[in-house]
Design a protein around this ligand. Structure first.
Ligand code: F0G
Length: 374
């Protein structure tokens, strides 16, 4: 009836299916790989797939692991969960705590959390604790508090988070009939995703479910690039460099001391990944070693362009997720990702800071801006 009403020729199958596809889109976005033609064209790679994890219930990939962590907390009869967050972890923790009638304390770096994320923590009834400092300071404070009061930490240092986040990789592979892509790409923050993806691939390979190991590419922000520096030996005035295949766990603490001594603080507009000391760095490095992975870095403006282009394909993502198309573009330009390879990138979260796309599009200097007209 709808097709007749719209005067669409129902005899013409091609035309009908075209409209049915758009009706299908109205049912909701799924967390599976999509081909986004404008992004593909921009980065120069046909075989590029992007999996938006922002369409999970709280608007980011965190739900994949928060559900498992909160399930465990419930099984062991926990009354209060605690986390530190740049905003998405706290939104997810607060949501599931409210579902399960648990208390939830969230430690956030004051003034550094996107308004949409902060509003979720309040709305779901969490106790917000504002910490002067950055995410790393908030994490220390929350771990200390959890130790003192016996609260249950749901940051990605919790192994149940890492287990749950493996489902991101399972969905990628399920969609590709268990034929792994050449590359899987994530933004890098606290490196929970990097660790869980590595663990998933190790296990699937060991069990014979996959015959090939995709290479991990992790994209840091230039303003919060500890992993990039450490993995590639780029850190100024030091000899510190991860020796691939010969793990030296003391290296990380020496590196962190070096950062403290020189008062190096992370600074990026992509606040989700504004992290100096990734809590999962050793597991992340193990994942990179296992997958013959690489680490690159991108600027704030490159992330914004990536984010804007995803939007122009009808999917929204936040700035930190824009690191994925930006990083893939860079790696192709550098000849590291080859033009005939297949890549799946994970768009980690939905846009929760409306000022970012508005400011981007109002500025005609931006590459993909569509400025308002009066
Ligand atoms: N992308 C988004 C949208 C994030 O919120 C985060 C982390 C990351 C990427 C980085 O992922 O830690 O697995 O490397 N957000 C955390 C938070 C820190 O508190 O919401 P990672």
């Amino acid at each position: 009836e709808l097709l007749n009403f719209c005067q669409i020729d129902t005899e013409n199958i091609d035309q009908c299916s075209k409209y049915l596809v758009s009706l299908d889109g109205a049912e909701g976005r799924l967390s599976k790989p999509y081909h986004m033609s404008r992004v593909s064209k921009y980065v120069g790679l046909q075989n590029l797939w992007l999996q938006p994890e922002g369409y999970n219930p709280s608007g980011s990939f965190k739900d994949n692991g928060m559900t498992t962590a909160v399930t465990h907390a419930k099984l062991v009869k926990i009354k209060k969960i605690i986390c530190a967050s740049t905003g998405n972890t706290s939104a997810s923790a607060a949501m599931y705590a409210a579902n399960e009638n648990m208390d939830c304390d969230v430690y956030i770096p004051a003034g550094e959390v996107a308004p949409g994320k902060l509003s979720q923590a309040f709305q779901f009834g969490a106790q917000v604790v504002e910490i002067k400092g950055n995410f790393d300071d908030a994490l220390s404070a929350s771990l200390k508090q959890a130790g003192q009061i016996g609260g249950y930490t749901v940051n990605s240092v919790n192994p149940f988070r890492i287990e749950g986040q493996k489902t991101i990789v399972f969905r990628v592979l399920e969609y590709l009939d268990w034929n792994p892509p050449d590359w899987i790409v994530y933004p890098g923050g606290a490196l929970g995703n990097t660790s869980s993806c590595g663990k998933a691939l190790m296990e699937l390979y060991e069990w014979g479910w996959i015959k090939k190991i995709p290479r991990l590419a992790i994209v840091n922000s230039e303003g919060a690039n500890t992993l990039y520096n450490l993995y590639n030996g780029k850190f100024e005035n030091t000899e510190l460099r991860w020796n691939k295949g010969k793990p030296d766990t003391g290296l990380v603490s020496r590196y962190y001391d070096h950062m403290d001594k020189n008062n190096l603080r992370p600074k990026t507009k992509a606040t989700a990944i504004q992290i100096a000391k990734p809590a999962n760095i050793l597991k992340g490095l193990r994942a990179l070693d296992f997958t013959n992975g690489i680490v690159t870095q991108v600027s704030d403006s490159e992330m914004l362009d990536g984010m804007a282009l995803v939007g122009l394909n009808g999917f929204d993502c936040e700035m930190a997720s824009g690191a994925v198309p930006a990083g893939v573009k860079k790696l192709i330009e550098q000849g590291i990702i080859k033009k005939d390879e297949s890549v799946v990138g994970i768009l980690t979260g939905r846009q929760k800071d409306s000022s970012i796309p508005v400011d981007y599009h109002k500025n005609p200097q931006n590459q993909f801006a569509i400025p308002p007209r009066s």
